[in-house]
Ligand binder design. Structure first.
Ligand code: HEM
Ligand code: SF4
Ligand code: SF4
Length: 536
């Protein structure tokens, strides 16, 4: 490879790196399978955040429906739930099952989402925010679910309520021990039960608020899965709801200790531990794991590449970089330099992850210039456009053989680390389409391969999508019509798909040999080099 990638995002502890690589391999295998089964756009593992949002709405709607029929008093709570699952199973009972299974599935999708973001290393440096704000979501989801189990007031509810109260009593925050409420039936007041009902409504609302905060630092967060995927989730829930409807256990009886209880292993796996270890042991585990998770974005400290920088002389405030930045790191502000444009771009270095996507989107980022120093409106100090052009020239010199194919590779995909005729980028969308035009029109290569991450797993969230749209001519800056498409290929492949990557690359190179020689460039290169993308 001609130039080392600039982002420097690989710095990690060896054990942490090994854990991520192992997990990544597992996810990669599952995802490629899911892509083959459905399609890259429907890969559920690449949309776990969106699926979690969708499941939240299912839980909320089914919960509101159930609330209409639920008796919030301690005396009739159980019988009202029995009515829901008994005579009215075909509407209210199904809703109850939806409520339970969608909650369970939300635990699963959240856990997978956490593991996947970890394996992709998308939580360190300036990306700490979504990870850090995800930790309270785990707590809030668990408290929401656990408080739901109390309301049925069956033996499981009794077990959960008594064990939870004992756990809370370890922490001296309540004047009276909570467990006292469950000593005998006469101790348990309807007022206390109503408090639990209130909690089961208030905590999910806090969860929703937390989910909103969670996505504040990413632009265009995917909070809705594609319709077909949503329909599949609904169909799966309906199937399980009819096959194994959610039912209550025997009614709670505070005069005796429940003997055999069926636990929900999604929400309650730690309850048996509470019995075995006692309250303090479990609190130590929960707080220890939460603190470690919260500290992870800084374990180890992330070596940050310098943030993107604006060059006002080349910025006309067109807004393209603002539109394309996946991390809300750019905004337009009033002009400060007297040039005849109302606005200029401004980068927040606290939010910028140095992906370079903005450089690829700026209309000034064109190599068709022969100025002493090639400059653009927004550039990456670690890998400026000037150096990119030099790297391409170096890479062209490395090409040999009958068909000379240059690879413009994302450092997170299968092309990363490739030697010879390759230029690496922190994200494939850092490649301005005019660079491809320049390479082919200058005959620096016979063909160009744009090599990104796998189609549904872009490390920088939107890089693959923007690249596809730019090449298809549906997003600015687009690849000009004159560029011979038969000399351009895209390969979306993860680092574990090196064989497929090389096979597709070889097939593309072989295909080039069968093409007629490219027509002479209409404009002599010397003149073209002084033109901008719009002028060319
Ligand atoms: C209720 C649970 C959760 C929901 C609904 C949720 C939802 C989302 C959504 C919609 C996104 C944006 C996905 C995209 O468009 O690329 C996202 C990103 C993310 N989430 Fe979550 N999430 C949840 C829990 C968590 C947890 C527990 C963690 C980890 C502790 C976490 C860590 C992250 C990270 C690191 C990102 C990526 C940020 C980036 O790309 O820079 N999330 N989440
Ligand atoms: S490099 Fe550009 S696109 Fe990427 S995060 Fe920074 S400002 Fe946004
Ligand atoms: S894309 Fe370039 S010209 Fe447009 S606002 Fe951003 S830096 Fe300025």
């Amino acid at each position: 490879m001609s130039k080392a990638p600039a982002a420097g995002q690989t710095h990690d502890w060896p054990a942490m790196r090994a854990a991520k690589a192992g997990l990544r391999r597992v996810f990669d295998g599952l995802e490629r399978g899911a892509e083959r089964l459905f399609s890259p756009a429907l890969n559920p593992l690449s949309q776990l955040g969106a699926i979690s949002f969708f499941l939240f709405w299912i839980v909320a709607v089914s919960g509101i429906y159930l609330f209409v029929f639920f008796d919030t008093g301690i005396v009739n709570a159980y019988s009202s739930v029995e009515w829901i699952s008994g005579t009215h199973w075909y509407h209210a009972g199904v809703m109850r099952s939806f409520h339970r299974y969608a909650s369970d599935l939300m635990v699963l999708s959240m856990a997978l989402h956490l593991l996947r973001e970890f394996s992709l290393d998308r939580y360190r440096g300036t990306r700490w925010f979504s990870w850090f704000t995800g930790i309270p979501l785990v707590w809030l989801l668990y408290v929401s679910g656990i408080s739901g189990y109390w309301l049925v007031w069956d033996e499981l509810a009794q077990y959960v309520a008594v064990t939870s109260a004992e756990l809370l009593d370890v922490v001296p925050i309540f004047g009276e021990p909570l467990a006292r409420n469950f000593l005998t039936p006469s101790h348990l007041s309807s007022r206390f039960f109503s408090l639990l009902v209130f909690m089961h409504i208030a905590v999910p609302l806090m969860l929703l608020f937390g989910m909103w905060i969670h996505i504040q630092r990413i632009s265009r967060p995917r909070v809705n899965p594609p319709r077909l995927l949503a329909a599949l989730v609904l169909a799966a829930l309906l199937f399980v709801s009819l096959w194994k409807p959610a039912l209550s256990q025997s009614p709670a009886d505070l005069t005796k200790v429940p003997s055999e209880i069926g636990l929900d292993w999604f929400f309650l796996p730690l309850y048996p531990l509470a019995e075995r270890w006692g309250g303090w042991g479990l609190w130590a585990l929960l707080l220890g794991v939460s603190t470690m998770l919260a500290a992870m974005p800084w374990l180890p400290p992330f070596r940050r590449a310098p943030a993107a920088e604006i060059d006002l002389d080349h910025c006309n405030g067109c807004n393209r970089c603002v539109e394309d930045c996946p991390y809300e790191a750019i905004r337009l502000v009033p002009r400060t330099d007297g040039l005849p444009f109302p606005r200029q771009a401004e980068v927040s270095s606290d939010l910028c992850v140095s992906c370079g996507i903005c450089m690829g989107s700026c209309p000034s980022s064109t190599p068709f210039r022969r100025t002493a120093e090639l400059r653009t409106g927004i550039d990456l100090p670690g890998q400026p456009l000037r150096e990119v052009r030099e790297s391409v020239i170096d890479a062209a010199a490395e090409l040999d053989g009958p068909e000379r194919v240059m690879v413009l590779a994302c450092e997170h995909g299968a092309g990363a680390g490739r030697l010879g005729g390759t230029v690496g980028f922190p994200c494939v969308a850092m490649v301005p389409p005019s660079l491809i035009d320049w390479i082919l029109s200058r005959r620096l290569a016979d063909g160009v391969v744009v090599a990104g991450c796998s189609e549904s797993t872009c490390y920088n969230r939107l890089g693959v999508e923007w690249t596809k749209e730019r090449l298809a001519g549906t997003r600015d800056p687009y690849l000009r019509k004159r560029v011979p498409r038969e000399r351009l290929a895209t390969i979306w492949a993860s680092p574990f798909e090196a064989n497929r990557f090389e096979a597709e690359l070889a097939a593309f190179a072989a295909g080039l040999g069968a093409l007629p020689p490219p027509p002479q460039a209409a404009t002599p290169p010397a003149a073209a080099e002084n033109q901008t993308e719009e002028q060319a």
